[in-house]
Every structure is written in structure tokens, then in C-alpha cells.
Design a protein around this ligand. Structure first.
Ligand SMILES: [Zn+2]
Length: 111
């Protein structure tokens, strides 16, 4: 593979030219093959409808944090509750995970 801008030889996996920084187009391919996180209702991390759990999973943040933000936002702005119900109806349930859940009973090394 060669850089389209300066012609320098690049590694096949390179996303950018190491010489001039021109994108090789590999980046977009990598993006296309990467599984896109889907916004779903969590069926494992559920308090009411799994909406907060699903959003947390989508954003890769702590579900408790999402619920806390959501709670405060709903208290300040009650119509958000309708948004939750809407999301509950609209969002698809996440597909069941095939692999066994990671055991949480692993003893942690105390320091
Ligand atoms: Zn280049």
C-alpha cells in the first residue's frame, strides 16, 4: 500500500500516512467492521424498564450514574418521565448474551 499523497510505502493496517498524515481510507474500513453499539434496553441491568441500564451500556458508563442523573433531571423536569416511558416502548431489548456472565465472586487482593 502506498500513500496517495506522497507515495511513501505504508503498512497495510496503517490508517494514516506516517510521512504526511493523509488518511489511507483504512480508517473507514475499520469503522465499518467495528460492531456499532446499539441503544437497547438492558435485560440484565434493570431497575424499572432497563432504559437507564441500556443507555449506560451504550455510553459505557456506570448505570447508577445514569439513574442518578435521570432521577435529578426528572425531578427538575417531570415531563422527562414521558420520555422514559417512550424510550421504554421504543427501545428494543438487548439480545441475550451467549457467554456466561463473569463471576463476581472473585476474591480481590487486599493491600
Ligand atoms: Zn503521505
Amino acid at each position: 500500500m502506498y500513500c496517495t499523497n506522497c507515495g511513501v510505502v505504508l503498512e497495510e493496517s496503517a490508517g494514516y500516512c506516517s510521512q504526511c498524515g493523509t488518511p489511507t481510507g483504512r480508517q473507514s474500513t475499520a469503522w465499518a467492521t467495528r460492531p456499532v453499539p446499539r441503544l437497547t434496553r438492558s435485560i440484565y441491568d434493570t431497575k424499572i424498564g432497563g432504559v437507564c441500564g441500556g443507555i449506560a451500556q451504550y455510553l459505557a458508563v456506570d448505570p447508577t450514574f445514569v439513574r442518578l442523573i435521570w432521577l435529578v433531571a426528572t425531578i427538575c423536569f417531570p415531563p422527562l418521565l414521558l420520555g422514559y416511558i417512550g424510550a421504554w416502548i421504543i427501545l428494543p431489548k438487548e439480545p441475550p448474551r451467549l457467554e456466561a456472565p463473569v463471576p463476581s465472586g472473585i476474591p480481590q487482593a487486599q493491600s
